[in-house]
Design a protein around this ligand. Structure first.
Ligand SMILES: C[S@@+](CC[C@H](N)C(=O)[O-])C[C@H]1O[C@@H](n2cnc3c(N)ncnc32)[C@H](O)[C@@H]1O
Length: 330
């Protein structure tokens, strides 16, 4: 956890990221409109981003406070500007979702009554070529959400052995051409290491064309981004913190953009439900309506799941209670 550093002032305040499933997030996190005015306590936004969801929550629920964290200090600067009107109801920290547990300890907050995880990248990151997330425009092969992190996508592409690269592309990108892709990368990097997104995307387009509508490097880029940012490990640590830290009847809302990630959330909730620690609010993941997809294309792959923390005395039942344990349709 570090203090805010290095924002790009020219971008602060500009509209950058349209939050996905905005009304569904509010409904699952704060219950229906009649309940919201009476809610009090802290909600953790573990991926606060440009703070679209956090702002809506603070506006709709005047008794709520938000602890927001993001591993990208530039994006956190947007959140700071956007949430400034809410004053002391907001604390923003440059931290990773895996640090939620430690952060709640150091901030000495009461058990939160909700947690939101809106996973993946922000449009601001995707739309900044210099961050290296996109293959459509050339940029450095970086992909770190946290610029202070040690490992870049170039480190993985240029140094991992072929079998590990193939496993990564298959497991994290779901690309069945993983072995061929790994082979052409390893052959080409002997001639010159990859430092730019454009060179890597071109190699895949020429060497392992897919014939489909999507660019042949799409899944490779997704796999690299997930590995660079340790997205799988981060999610597990954040879910574990939710289970340990949330108050009785608190709500957990997770939005994934990847079927593997949604599977992790689904299994976490169903295992917890069987053990009497969670009650699922969504049987199937909630996805965006056609009209939302028309205005925000990014929402087309969003999958929302939600659950209520159920604490029994056996489970170390926390004294605080979260939003009323009210069913939400799915
Ligand atoms: C999809 S955006 C969140 C958008 C936000 N809900 C909004 O309304 O603007 C995801 C954000 O989470 C951050 N992020 C992703 N993984 C993270 C992690 N493990 N820890 C902290 N921040 C993370 C990214 O830097 C990005 O800003």
């Amino acid at each position: 956890m570090t203090s805010l550093e290095g924002p790009n002032p020219s971008r602060i305040g500009a509209p950058v990221h349209i939050p996905v499933l905005p009304s569904e997030v509010l409904e699952h996190l704060a219950g229906d409109a009649s309940l919201r005015a009476s809610l009090t306590g802290w909600v953790v936004d573990g991926t606060v981003g440009a703070a679209g969801h956090a702002e809506a929550l603070l506006r709709e629920c005047p008794g709520l406070c938000v602890l927001g964290l993001d591993q990208d200090p530039e994006i956190l600067a947007h959140a700071r500007v956007r949430l400034a009107p809410f004053g002391e109801r907001v604390r923003l920290r440059h931290a990773r979702a895996s640090q939620i547990d430690a952060l709640l300890e150091s901030e000495a907050l009461p058990a939160p009554i909700g947690m939101l995880l809106d996973l993946g990248v922000s449009s601001l990151q995707l739309d900044s070529p210099e961050r290296g997330f996109a293959f459509q425009v050339d940029g450095p092969l970086d992909m770190r959400m946290d610029p202070t992190a040690a490992r870049t996508a170039a480190d993985i592409i240029n140094h991992w052995d072929e079998a590990d690269l193939a496993d990564l592309i298959y497991h994290e990108g779901g690309d069945t051409r993983a072995r061929r892709i790994a082979r052409v990368i390893v052959e080409a990097r002997h001639r010159h290491p990859f430092l730019r997104t454009g060179a890597l995307a071109d190699l895949i387009a020429r060497g392992v064309p897919s014939g489909g509508k999507t660019h042949p490097a799409t899944k490779l880029f997704q796999a690299l981004r997930r590995a660079v940012n340790e997205e799988g490990e981060e999610l597990i640590a954040a879910l574990t913190a939710a289970e340990t830290r949330l108050a009785d009847s608190a709500r957990l809302v997770v939005i994934s953009f990847h079927s593997g990630e949604d599977g992790v959330v689904k299994r976490f909730i169903s295992r917890g439900a069987r053990a009497g620690r969670w009650r699922a609010l969504t049987k199937k993941p909630v996805s965006a309506t056609r009209s939302e997809i028309r205005t925000n294309r990014r929402s087309r792959s969003a999958l929302l799941r939600a659950a209520v923390r159920v604490r029994s005395p056996r489970d170390g039942g926390a004294a605080e209670r979260g939003p009323q344990d009210q069913e939400v349709s799915s």
